[in-house]
Design a protein around this ligand. Sequence first.
Ligand code: ZN
Length: 318
Amino acid sequence: MKKLIGVDLGGTTVKFAILTAEGEVQQKWSIKTDIKNEGKNIFPDIVKSINHRLEIYGLSADDFSGIGMGSPGSVNIDKGTVIGAYNLNWRTLQPVKEQIEAGTGISFYIDNDANVAALGEQWKGAGEGSGNVVFVTLGTGVGGGIIAEGNLVHGVCAAGEIGHINVDPTGYECTCGNVGCLETVASATGIVRIARDLSEEYAGDSKLKYLIDDGQEVTAKTVFDQAKTGDQLAEIVVDKFYFYLGLACSNIANVLHPETIVIGGGVSAAGEMLISGVEKYFKKYAFPQIKTSTKLRLAQLGNDAGVIGAASLVNISR
Ligand code: ZN
């Protein structure tokens, strides 16, 4: 059986893996993403790194059925191009497939980074091979990917923008130009924003309020850590976050009836407490048959979801 290569292209690092056709990771490595010069070094660096590794491991292009990649920006999966990946300094159209295939001699497949992470968790992580999985990633922003009846859902092209589900039409302004998107309240920055606003009005005794008023660095982790110790303000903040995410998950589930909603990204480090908190509101708002059968679970693959899901593009696209 031929092997797969998975590539997870990010703004700071490019992660690579060589996998078996069944998705077992055999080798992993990474390089820094060089975004200088309008990101023009990114293709040559990726090609060089892949070719160098194949040489080290005594492998050639013939040993692989393909390379799959997850990329930020707007991805055209048919043409294999990317545009508007601002964290890579890719403002203009990038012929990714053409360049990587020419440099490596291996067939190339691409999709956006949240979609490939969803595929990774579905294939080898918390989705356990189910054909109906929704992946929500809570990081600096909120991203998502949807696998419905065995297929990654693209719609016309941009399906799965879970971060821009509206959870409060009178809420905070979002980077997309709208107000009240899930991302404004459920991302790492969103949680801190809620904490700062509620802290303004909070009159009781609270370590979280003290840290904010004292000008110390407060992150989403600080908020969850304080909530774990029973800080009342932190508990109110976290509960608000649970409400927004639970509401969004119930709306997604009512449309798609997934078997599992997988929650990943940096914020999910809060652990099982996050799942049970979100579940409370999910069960409140989801349709009866759905709330008893759709499971909420923490992502399992961490940083590997991207390379594993990217590699799976080769299997599903061929
Ligand atoms: Zn938005």
